[in-house]
Design a protein around this ligand. Structure first.
Ligand SMILES: Cc1cc2nc3c(=O)[nH]c(=O)nc-3n(C[C@H](O)[C@H](O)[C@H](O)COP(=O)(O)OP(=O)(O)OC[C@H]3O[C@@H](n4cnc5c(N)ncnc54)[C@H](O)[C@@H]3O)c2cc1C
Length: 403
């Protein structure tokens, strides 16, 4: 890490205390920056849902010094199992535990969003996170930038990072509103005690002890089961084609009957597990084209604000964490000229994130075929290491991976 070249630490204002914003805050603090985070919600927290953390994200967790704690809170699936939607026939079985570490240098974990969020939060002092602080605008000003909050307050900083998620105010201020297309797919998220899966043993087509990452794949949708918290909880993600409904927020409650109706005719063992849900939440999947730029002057985007992506590769949070870590490395190496450091960050990160966005879209389309073609290659995603990838501050092609 570079020694501070100026007399005072650069002040970084981050809009949004989600997974991307907190990763950036933690990585910047590791490097001695003065960080303040402005979060719209009155309290910090995360929705109840599972999150897959590919090896590329686990490398960031490791670099932040959180891997030991994370492993205790997460679960590493033994195998990935693909089952046919109606008769439960095994379509594929792939070893996961250990294999990912060997191949990509880090494990593949499943975590509760709230657990990961709390771990990241533990690296940022409470007094640096301002809740109930809604950003309504941003502006470059006099070699720095300003965050405008609802109520009229203005925060001055050397750099502003917009990590304010899919409906980013910072993105709109910099680049205008981005078009979102409903994909005719709706999803549900559910968390159950793992005992529910055990109680379904005599109804399931193959023995499942809960250590598996199981996908039930059908022509009109898919249902994923995976363990959280060392196997204490079962996370369910269910996606289905629909033209009925299109809300993009993640927290609309759904009746369990509506969920069961959506999967009528699917394997009775799978339906039994779904029927035991006491609450389910639904949302509509939308798609957006990649942004060409993420940076204007001393203001940069990261995470979903920069590259909202479809969930088919389970990489939205992982790429957001990579961004948060990368922007800290770029600002660290380029302290004397933060705007140039941010421009270099964009040149490095935008092509990779755009490629993941486009592959998530392609995988989504492939999943509609019956039978689906083999999954698209993900080695280039999982094998990447944002912690050690070369930093190139000067213009032109960087020698990090290019699309
Ligand atoms: C159910 C579900 C399952 C998913 N599964 C996976 C998975 O398995 N693996 C994976 O990698 N990704 C997954 N994703 C995607 C992943 O959750 C997102 O890509 C990730 O959360 C993006 O992080 P972020 O910090 O950019 O945005 P967010 O997590 O959305 O955080 C943005 C933050 O900004 C705050 N904010 C918003 N507007 C303002 C404002 N104007 N002023 C101040 N604060 C503001 C919000 O309150 C929020 O705290 C999933 C998403 C969903 C919904």
């Amino acid at each position: 890490m570079e020694v501070l070249s100026s007399h005072r630490a650069l002040r970084i204002a981050i809009v949004g205390a989600g997974i991307g914003g907190l990763t950036a805050a933690a990585a910047l603090r590791q490097r001695g920056f003065e960080v303040s985070v402005y979060e719209r919600a009155p309290q910090l927290g995360e929705v109840g849902a599972g999150l897959q953390m590919g090896p590329n994200a686990v490398k960031v967790i490791r670099a932040l010094g959180l891997e030991d704690q994370f492993v205790k809170l997460a679960a590493e699936p033994q195998v990935r199992l693909s089952l046919k939607w109606d008769d439960g026939a095994v379509r594929a079985r792939e070893p996961y535990k250990g294999a990912m570490q060997e191949k990509f240098g880090a494990r593949y974990h499943m975590a509760h969003r709230a657990d990961l969020h709390s771990l990241l939060q533990s690296l940022v002092p409470e007094e640096s996170i301002h809740t109930g602080a809604e950003c309504v605008g941003v502006e470059n000003r006099k070699g720095g930038a300003v965050v405008r909050l609802a109520g009229g307050r203005e925060i001055e900083a050397d750099v502003v990072l917009g990590a304010d998620g899919i409906h980013s105010v910072v993105r709109t201020a910099l680049f205008g509103k981005s078009e979102a297309r409903f994909t005719n797919q709706i999803c549900w998220r559910i968390i159950l005690p793992m005992e529910v899966l055990h109680s379904a043993a005599d109804k399931l087509p193959v023995p499942l002890d809960g250590s598996e990452y199981t996908g039930w794949l059908g022509p009109t949708g898919h249902v994923l089961f995976y363990p959280l918290r060392g196997g204490e909880l079962l996370n369910i993600f269910a996606g289905r084609v629909s033209t009925q409904w299109a809300d993009e927020t993640w927290a609309v409650p759904s009746a369990i009957d509506e969920l069961l109706d959506a999967y009528a005719g699917w394997h009775p063992g799978m339906l039994y597990v779904l029927s035991r849900a006491r609450e389910a939440f639904k949302w509509g999947i939308h798609d957006r084209d990649p942004l060409d730029h993420w940076v204007v002057g001393n203001i940069a985007l990261l995470g979903d604000a920069a590259h909202p992506m479809m969930p088919t590769l389970a990489q939205g949070a992982a790429i957001s964490m990579e961004d948060g870590y990368a922007v800290a490395r770029y600002l660290d190496q380029g302290r004397s000229d933060p705007a140039a450091a941010l421009a270099a960050y964009e040149r490095d990160r935008q092509p990779r994130a755009a490629r993941v966005q486009m592959q998530a879209r392609q995988q989504f389309q492939n999943n509609q075929f019956v039978p689906p073609p083999p999954p698209l290659p993900v080695d280039w995603i999982y094998g990447y290491d944002v912690v050690t990838s070369p930093i190139k501050l000067a213009g032109g092609q960087s020698d990090v991976e290019r699309a």
